[in-house]
Design a protein around this ligand. Structure first.
Ligand code: NDP
Length: 333
């Protein structure tokens, strides 16, 4: 394949913190990869809630202006001097740092890029890399879900939520999911939720207590934060695990130690990057995800695609809870 060298490309850039409207479509210098780096021409870009946190300043943003985005699939267009094991034309994916995937071209450290198996298409890979590795880490490493466990997943029809439910079901757990509406409930049921709670109509704690005959659940995966953490703690069984891994509704208030003492609970706040810090950990997580896509355990729901130049619309829909499954941006040619 002959791939043209691009000194310039278009990218989304944020010059000031704020709503989706602060994302501008601009020309940027890309440059050439240095030692240990590759350059990719992106073909599909995953949108993740963390991109919203950086755009709004919930997480400290890098120096302005910056290009958001922490996940992409692309074709290698150049490799840095002396780099072996990568060549122009390879299809690779990455998730996590460095930020800057909302771009037609991006420079990456070769160490973060993993090969995409030919059985997984680019849109699927960009939908499942960050969210799927998160699901892997949460279900297999932060708390090891086993057959017979009961798990509660908030935002069960969301990007990470959909994968968590499918995977937890395949592990033999009883899965309880919470969602905001009927349509999302139908998707969560298809994704292996044994019980779906529509939290806009029903009280989550009461329903979980009914479903578990008063016992509570072994683990809660809570990505919603402020609005849900209190109910999450109430829903746990004795010696249960509270896994707080996001804050889509805002930062949860501090949990008093006495709330944990009453049931000998565990509390953890994991970040994917700490569980994929080494190349071996990264390859293990990505390998598990791609294998489970290939063998049908994980159905990747690419429910929404937008042109990259319209990333603002994707953010607005994500924040308004209008989306389910994954969102992918396709670079404008
Ligand atoms: P989702 O697709 O899950 O989108 C967010 C969903 O959360 C919404 O669709 C909505 O579902 C629910 N929600 C509840 N309250 C709100 C609110 N006030 N505003 C917006 N949404 C709300 O997004 P992702 O799959 O990209 O991410 C899910 C979560 O996982 C995020 O919090 C993200 O930060 C976190 N995450 C954490 C990682 C880590 O390393 N710790 C890694 C990856 C993701 P409904 O309509 O059903 O309420």
């Amino acid at each position: 394949i002959r791939i043209p060298m691009a000194a310039k490309a278009k990218a989304i850039r944020v010059h000031e913190l704020g709503g989706p409207e602060v994302m501008r479509w601009e020309e940027v210098e890309v440059g050439d990869p240095k030692e240990g780096e590759i350059r990719i021409r992106t073909t599909a870009i995953g949108v993740n809630f963390i991109d919203v946190y950086f755009r709004k300043g919930v997480y400290a943003a890098p120096a302005m202006p910056f290009t958001p985005g922490m996940e992409a699939v692309g074709v290698v267009t150049a490799v840095g001097p002396g780099l072996t094991g990568r060549k122009v034309g390879d299809v690779v994916a990455y998730a996590g740092n460095p930020m800057g995937s909302y771009a037609q071209e991006q420079i990456l450290p070769a160490s973060v890029a993993v090969p995409v198996p030919p059985s997984v298409d680019h849109k699927q890979a960009a939908s499942v890399m960050l969210k799927g590795m998160t699901a892997h880490v949460l279900l297999r490493r932060v708390f090891k879900v086993q057959s017979g466990h009961t798990v509660l997943v908030h935002a069960a029809a969301g990007g990470v939520g959909s994968l968590l439910c499918q995977w937890a079901n395949a592990l033999g757990a009883t899965v309880i999911g919470t969602v905001s509406n009927e349509e999302k409930a139908a998707q969560a049921t298809q994704d292996g939720c044994h019980h779906v709670i529509i939290y806009t109509n029903e009280d989550v704690t009461t329903r979980v207590k009914e479903i578990t005959s008063g016992k509570g659940v072994n683990v809660v995966y809570d990505s919603v934060g402020k609005d849900t953490y209190k109910a999450s703690v109430e829903c746990l069984a004795s010696r249960g695990f509270m896994v707080s891994f996001g804050q889509s509704s805002g930062k949860p208030d501090p949990i008093p130690m006495s709330d944990l003492a009453s049931k000998s609970l565990f509390l953890t706040r994991p970040s994917l990057m700490h569980y994929t810090a080494t190349r071996d950990e990264l390859l293990e997580s990505a390998g598990e995800v791609f294998a489970n896509v290939a063998n049908g355990v994980l159905r990747v729901r690419v429910n929404h695609t937008y042109p990259l130049s319209e990333a603002a619309r994707a953010h607005a829909d994500l924040e308004a809870r209008k989306t389910s499954g994954s969102i992918v941006l396709i670079p404008d040619s």
